[in-house]
Ligand binder design. Structure first.
Ligand code: 5GP
Length: 116
């Protein structure tokens, strides 16, 4: 059983968001607390999948749709050549706070490297 999330309310326009991309399957909107000059979230509109770990093989194409939406946005906005980062947080240790899978697109400045 999937739970409603605040992203469901954004999809239904019940709470405001700056929507920058929409097609039949994907919604893209600006993050309310941006971590970079460009910070957009891309979410599936028709499936509430709580975490990446809940994704099934039948749903796997949705990740490609999110990535294509993010890459297209980057090209249209003119920063694809400079580069960008895609992040998906899964559960507590990654800091996931909204349990409706989403792809973060971060860009607009050198982001530095991360790792160990
Ligand atoms: P997570 O931490 O789960 O990977 O990412 C959730 C993101 O949703 C966070 O970056 C957070 O700032 C963003 N967020 C939380 N509430 C809202 C909201 O009401 N509107 C928008 N546009 N973003 C939100």
């Amino acid at each position: 059983m999937t739970q409603e999330t605040l992203f469901s309310k954004i999809i239904r326009r019940e709470i405001p968001a700056t929507i920058v991309y929409e097609d039949d399957e994907v919604l893209g909107f600006k993050d309310i607390a941006p971590q970079a000059p460009v910070h957009v979230l891309f979410i599936p509109k028709n499936h509430i999948i709580p975490t990446l770990d809940d994704l099934t093989a039948e749903q796997a194409h949705l990740i490609g749709k999110l990535a294509l939406a993010a890459a297209g946005y980057a090209r249209r906005e003119g920063f694809a050549e400079d580069g960008y980062r895609i992040v998906m947080n899964c559960r507590e240790d990654a800091g996931q706070t909204v349990f409706h899978i989403h792809m973060h697109l971060l860009a607009g400045a050198p982001l530095g490297h991360f790792g160990a």
